[in-house]
Design a protein around this ligand. Structure first.
Ligand SMILES: N[C@@H](CCC(=O)N[C@@H](CS)C(=O)NCC(=O)O)C(=O)O
Length: 213
């Protein structure tokens, strides 16, 4: 098989792509990139957008999580990680677009990186507060949309693991969100038992911050 390289930062959104590669049980190289305030300038030659994850495969450099999820899913079509029918695949992309643009980019973007939205540091607290409110709004929408242990159909898809990453972030150092979103909590606690998730957490040197079952 061709060489596959994933550039990731511990606990970042790249965790989802990392789990998916482990889910397939294929050989790949995971290259850690430290992300503190920002990524190191040297990373610009890998991804001029200065974001992880980046997947390098068959001489192609792929950025943007939904595209990377698609590339990983194509490595094992029989696993149907994007969904089992045409409409499930459509629902998967509906989730991915919203999670990526609205929850990740806008809501967490405002909460974690207010400097993306305003230049004046005096305004950061207001942007962060609005970001957190947007996160809560998104989590309420997720809670009301979930019907069972999986976001799309009755099986594990890439959407589940993306949802895990956002739950983990929101739950960082807190417990209260577990009571607020019981269906979402059930989905991620179920997911946390997967070998691929445990292996990826261990490899990244992070913990799940999920309740003990
Ligand atoms: N649209 C990109 C967003 C990726 C993204 O924002 N990654 C964050 C980590 S979760 C990052 O690299 N941040 C670096 C920075 O903000 O300087 C995707 O879906 O992959």
């Amino acid at each position: 098989m061709e060489s596959i390289v994933l550039y990731y930062s511990p606990g970042a959104c790249s965790l989802a792509s990392h789990v998916l590669l482990r889910e397939l049980g294929i050989k790949f190289e995971a290259v850690k990139v430290e992300l503190t305030a920002s990524l190191p300038e040297s990373f610009r030659k890998i991804n001029p957008k200065m974001r992880v994850p980046v997947l390098s495969i068959e001489g192609e450099t792929i950025t943007e999580t939904p595209a990377i999820f698609t590339a990983i899913s194509q490595l094992a079509p029989e696993r149907k990680l994007l969904g089992r029918s045409n409409i499930e695949i459509v629902r998967t992309y509906e989730w991915l677009n919203w999670l990526s643009g609205t929850l990740h980019g806008q809501a967490f973007g405002g909460f974690v990186r207010p400097h993306r939205y305003v230049d004046d540091p005096a305004l950061y607290p207001a942007v962060k507060a609005k970001g957190w409110k947007n996160i809560e709004d998104c989590f309420e929408k997720i809670e009301s949309d979930l019907a069972g242990l999986h976001a799309v159909g009755d099986n594990f898809t890439v959407v589940d693991i993306f949802l895990y990453v956002f739950y983990r972030w929101a739950n960082y150092g807190k417990d209260q969100i577990m009571d607020k979103y019981p269906k979402y909590t059930k989905l991620v606690t179920h997911l946390a038992k997967r070998k691929s998730v445990q292996e990826a957490l261990e490899a990244e040197g992070i913990v799940s911050f999920l309740p003990k079952l």
